[in-house]
Design a protein around this ligand. Structure first.
Ligand code: CA
Length: 221
């Protein structure tokens, strides 16, 4: 027995998928289509998607917000877990999100998802103006890393007390732990991680699923 997280090599990872992954056929097809597209690294792993769907079910989330739609996998997996409710998803890429829209229809969840194209900071401010503050149960942040801290403050305003925010890529392939790595995105994520750790408004847990997730829960004020 060990008190540290095990190293997941391909063999262990494939075993994990073989005994746990329950992926809808439209999600599987979307992953296959996305894998040959530009930016396919941005696609979340299927086990991560299933984990997020599980959280949606566990907290009974009915109103979700996502920053970074890309080709729509995470919004589709959350919509399938939610069954009824609303997901607002933000992106500035009209090409990738066309793929998303096609697959949301195929997965029969398109009626649950509201895509807003544009700069996410503008869309978030717009949502606050539209009186969506303190109304979202679950927010997934998976977009440009340099803006994570800016997204966070607006998302915390939009989040329900006891609501959940999940940040993707917080371990950045391990680069955040290499203090010699001074690239812009690495520094942005390292700063975010330290800021969240010291933020008294939230509880958090950082877990090594995919490229690292931080789960934030907003405290009751
Ligand atoms: Ca990501």
């Amino acid at each position: 027995m060990s008190n540290t997280t095990i190293q997941i090599d391909d063999k262990v990872y494939n075993y994990l998928l073989s005994v746990s992954l329950n992926e809808h056929k439209a999600l599987k097809k979307l992953r296959e289509v996305t894998s040959s597209m530009p930016g396919s690294r941005m696609q979340i792993a299927p086990d991560q998607g299933q984990f997020m769907g599980m959280i949606v079910k566990m907290i009974g989330a009915k109103k979700l917000l996502e920053i970074g739609t890309y080709t729509g996998y995470s919004s589709m997996v959350c919509a399938m877990a939610m069954k009824s409710g609303q997901i607002i998803t933000l992106d500035n890429d009209p090409i990738a999100t066309e793929v998303a829209k096609t697959f949301w229809k195929e997965g029969e969840v398109d009626h649950l998802i509201d895509l807003r194209l544009g700069e996410a900071l503008d869309s978030l401010k717009q949502l606050i103006e539209e009186k969506h503050s303190s109304s979202f149960d679950f927010i997934f942040i998976d977009a440009d890393k340099a803006n994570y801290k800016n997204y966070y403050e607006l998302c915390l305003e939009l989040l329900n007390p006891n609501g959940i925010i999940i940040f993707d890529n917080v371990l950045w392939s391990g680069a955040v732990a290499d203090m010699d790595d001074k690239s812009k995105n690495t520094i942005a994520l390292r700063d975010l991680n330290e800021m969240l750790f010291n933020d008294q408004r939230i509880d958090l847990s950082m877990i090594p699923v995919g490229d690292g997730l931080t789960i934030v829960r907003k405290k009751q004020s």
